[in-house]
Ligand binder design. Structure first.
Ligand SMILES: Nc1ncnc2c1ncn2[C@@H]1O[C@H](COP(=O)(O)OP(=O)(O)OP(=O)(O)O)[C@@H](O)[C@H]1O
Length: 297
């Protein structure tokens, strides 16, 4: 199989109301990569996904997959999108099997009558995400985590090689998050490119090899350890990070003992789920930077 490439080259996107959501965005990914797409609300993550899916067209620059235009990759069913929950009409009367079968539509004729190979692909995909037992359940009658797993099954059934996941961990429990991460690792081993938009920065260094930091343009991209630095995160999350008063922060270990003030070597930095700043040092020890209490008055 030829090695996979995704090249986003100087992409700019303006919507019809004139709003420029992306300007001169550039990054390059190769097969066998899980990459986090990280940025504040409105920074252009969905717009970037839409550009890779061919839903919006850059007015400058281009997205290329295996060196060819997006429309060619779409014809070959190479790209799949796992949407955010809000983008789906859950009242639509389809069951789990129907949704997963949609992944096969690109390779069916216009009558869309499933062949044995289509049914086998759907069964295998649903089993991989542990949703086979739910195959006749209406999609609207699933929990948040189960819905995510069904859309992941749809991407698997499609046989996509580039999988875009929009906030896959929002509203899912820890067990489901771990199951999704395990599956993404399998897909990485199989040579896929996985691009995951996430606000849960705490888990990024755990499973993402690469990070693209975005705020209407690509601020930084590359290996997680190189990109997840105080300087880059401050650029991406400026307003949020400034609350943390780095120079005066007490660094505590998990037992609450004060350790020392953050130094340049202690990277990467990540946000904890509860708003604290967390990081692992070079030896893999975890630390928490507590936000300084604002003085009264
Ligand atoms: N169809 C549209 N028409 C006009 N402006 C749009 C459209 N879609 C998005 N935008 C604007 O483009 C900018 C980027 O939006 P986008 O949805 O790509 O951000 P995002 O990073 O995915 O945000 P979030 O984290 O909130 O999902 C925002 O300012 C948004 O208001």
């Amino acid at each position: 199989m030829t090695p996979l490439t995704l090249d986003v080259e100087s992409v700019s996107v303006a919507y019809s109301n004139g709003h420029r959501a992306l300007h001169d965005a550039t990054f390059h990914l190769k097969g066998g990569t899980i990459c986090a797409l990280v940025g504040v609300n409105g920074s252009g993550k969905s717009t970037l996904f839409k550009s890779i899916m061919g839903f919006v067209h850059p007015d400058c620059g281009a997205v290329r997959i295996n060196g060819r235009p997006v429309r060619v990759a779409l014809r070959e069913n190479l790209v799949a999108y796992v949407p955010q929950a809000e983008e789906v009409d859950w009242q639509f009367p389809v069951n789990v099997t129907d949704v997963t079968m949609m992944g096969r539509y690109g390779s069916m004729n216009f009558l869309r009558i499933p062949r044995a190979t289509d049914k086998a692909a759907v069964e295998e995909s649903l089993k991989r995400v542990s949703m086979w037992d739910f195959r006749e359940r209406q999609i609207g009658e699933l929990s948040g985590g189960q819905k995510k797993r069904v859309f992941l099954a749809r991407a698997l059934a499609q046989g996509a090689r580039i999988i875009l996941l929009d906030e896959p961990f929002t509203g899912v429990d820890v067990k489901t998050e771990e199951a999704i991460i395990a599956l993404l690792r399998e897909l990485r081993e199989a040579g896929c490119i996985i691009l995951v938009s996430t606000h849960n920065l705490g888990s990024v260094p755990e499973f993402c090899d690469q990070v693209v930091l975005i705020n209407r343009t690509v601020l930084a991209y590359g290996d997680t350890h190189d990109v997840f630095t105080e300087q880059n995160l401050t650029k991406a999350f400026g307003g949020v990070l400034r609350q943390f008063h780095f120079e005066e922060s007490t660094i505590q270990d998990h037992d609450g003992r004060a350790v020392r003030v953050l130094s340049d070597d202690e990277r990467p930095l990540v946000f904890g789920k509860d708003g604290h700043l967390e990081y692992k040092d070079r030896e893999g020890r975890e630390h928490i930077v507590k936000q300084r209490e604002e003085e009264e008055g």
